[in-house]
Design a protein. Structure first.
Length: 131
């Protein structure tokens, strides 16, 4: 895929922390219950840590009990993209930033109404901006 924001691997390594790079560029996963964003309760917008693209609203955040920030849906239809992830002997739906392609997390069909979806994101892949 082609994204609006593209950088070389060396540029990504310079711009991101090692944890952000591991998740956003190498499809890693942070340990559960380690991100302060899981406990974030203020109103505001969650942005991709790689390119500052708005991806989720606090209005759609909920406590899933999984240890990762979870949302009912993205902030809008153009915020994220999805692809099939066949790693770890399972088939999951990967979520990436629609602007830079950075890996954000996965979406699962066990969320609350009205969407029934749980957009389970890595906190390290996002930056919160309070409103």
């Amino acid at each position: 895929m082609t994204y609006r924001v593209t950088r070389t691997d060396a540029e990504w390594r310079r711009l991101l922390t090692s944890d952000q790079y591991a998740v956003l560029r190498k499809q890693g996963t942070e340990r559960p219950f380690t991100s302060p964003l899981d406990r974030e309760k203020r109103r505001g917008v969650f942005h991709c840590a790689g390119c500052n693209w708005p991806v989720f609203s606090s209005a759609d955040k909920f406590d899933s009990g999984t240890g990762w920030p979870s949302f009912k849906k993205p902030i809008n239809a153009r915020a994220t993209g999805t692809s099939i992830d066949r790693s770890f002997f399972s088939v999951r739906t990967e979520v990436h930033c629609a602007n830079c392609g950075g890996h954000l997390g996965h979406v699962f069909p066990d969320g609350p109404r009205p969407t029934g979806q749980r957009w389970c994101m890595n906190g390290v892949a996002m930056i919160f901006r309070p409103s």
